[in-house]
Design a protein around this ligand. Structure first.
Ligand SMILES: *Cc1c(COP(=O)(O)O)cnc(C)c1O
Ligand SMILES: [Zn+2]
Length: 412
């Protein structure tokens, strides 16, 4: 039923069968899903997509499942918001926010990758889901495990935000906090994966998982009226999203769904964890792993799995990479909320603050069509803003109590 031919090594191009594997056994390159594009081209058109469901599954021919999707049927097709107020504040005329802070069901872009990974895990016959997560993936895997009726065991670094922890536990999973950073968690999970026949969505299911991210790029193009933007600014952790947005635009071009494009792809990281943007700035494609130290915990991966490809994407597209301090992240979160009424998490603060930097550097110009990627919800990272606001004024339930503070000009 599907259009997946198999897996293929991104480096040596050797072919592999559709299995829960992710590394080439010859050259250790990452495996990628290989599609029958000729077959897809015969059945897919703008019209057929527009007639599809209001979810990421309107692009199902481009997603790596063979049977009907089994979970996450309502995921994706999130708003592309024309951000006039924010654009004005930044001094640019043509700004959009792709808003996955309202993605179904766990309010981050991770629901896209997990919808695909869990549907695929069910096709493979797994009974247990697992992952190494910086928080949002944990939320999403736990929720989709509940929906699928599968067992789950989820690993996070200790010290994550309360919202990310409770937002995982509530689904009735086994949540394990590991002393150390995400990179320690990930290494441990690779060892566990050798002993337990579980579907680790971002390890042995990674080739399928990653392609869920493509839907974010497809939606940007469709929602812009079937064209790619001039610029897209992407928050980067493992570098899956940034490379797959780029892939999505290329696939749509090859399928004649959009015309030729010259999108510049910009990588956004926090200075406290910027292995990818540092490599871009230094003009090298060699990633030097770092020890993360930033409030942007959801994108704090010091040794990114696809970092090399993230750098390549920014360079190939003519984009760039920048990073910002924790203070700049907090200011940007507040600015987005104040101008657009969108409360993003720290990662969205990173994206916006980096965009501000790129505008100042002249890398993003006023009349260019720019999309910034908001990938997660601010209610999950409230700690970041804990010191930013005084508590509300408390009054007695009497008119004169209100008039008293009102005359003290609270409406300023
Ligand atoms: C995971 C995540 C990203 C980036 O993920 P990649 O690993 O680079 O694909 C961006 N924003 C948020 C909120 C995330 O949770
Ligand atoms: Zn290979």
């Amino acid at each position: 039923m599907g259009y997946v031919k198999g897996l293929r090594c991104k480096e040596c191009k050797r072919e592999f069968p559709k299995e829960p594997i992710h590394v080439c056994e010859y050259c250790f390159g990452p495996l990628e899903v290989d599609y029958d594009y000729e077959g897809i081209k015969k059945v897919v058109s703008r019209k057929s997509i527009e007639a599809g469901p209001p979810s990421m599954w309107r692009y199902r021919e481009f997603l790596p499942i063979d049977e009907d999707p089994k979970v996450g049927l309502h995921t994706g097709f999130t708003p592309l918001v024309r951000a006039k107020n924010l654009g004005k504040a930044l001094g640019i005329k043509n700004l959009y926010i792709k808003n996955d802070s309202v993605n179904h069901p766990t309010f981050s872009f991770k629901d896209r990758v997990v919808a695909v990974a869990v549907s695929k895990a069910l096709e493979f016959g797994f009974d247990t889901l697992s992952c190494a997560s910086t928080g949002n993936l944990a939320n999403s895997v736990a929720a989709h495990a509940a929906e699928a009726g599968l067992k789950s065991c989820i690993f996070i670094p200790d010290g994550l935000e309360a919202g990310k922890i409770l937002g995982t536990l509530v689904y009735g999973t086994n949540l394990i906090a590991v002393k150390g950073s995400y990179d320690d968690v990930n290494r441990l999970c690779s060892e566990i994966a050798a002993d337990h026949k579980w579907a680790f969505v971002n390890i042995n299911i990674r080739p399928y998982y990653g392609d869920g991210s493509k839907s974010y790029g497809y939606e940007i193009a469709e929602q812009l009226g079937w064209k790619a933007p001039d610029n897209v600014v992407v928050p980067v952790a493992g570098s899956s999203l940034i490379t797959k947005i780029w892939k999505a635009f290329h696939e749509f071009e090859a399928m004649d769904l959009i015309g030729p494009f010259k999108t510049k792809v910009f990588a956004a990281q926090a200075t406290g964890c910027s292995p990818v943007t540092t490599a871009i700035k230094n003009g090298t494609d060699v990633i030097t792993p770092v020890k993360p130290n930033t409030i942007a915990k959801s994108i704090a991966i010091g040794n990114p799995a696809d970092g090399y490809y993230g750098v390549k994407t920014a360079n190939e597209s003519g984009g760039y990479g920048e990073d910002v301090s924790d203070e700049e992240i907090v200011e940007a979160m507040k600015l987005m909320a104040k101008t657009e009424g969108i409360f993003t998490e720290t990662a969205g603060g990173v994206t916006l603050a980096v965009t501000q930097k790129l505008i100042k550097q002249g890398r993003i110009k006023s009349d260019e069509l720019t999309v910034i990627c908001v990938t997660g919800n601010g209610l999950k990272t409230q700690e970041a803003l804990a010191a930013a606001f005084a508590p509300p004024q408390v009054i007695e339930p009497h008119l004169h109590s209100f008039e008293e503070i009102f005359s003290n000009s609270i409406m300023a």
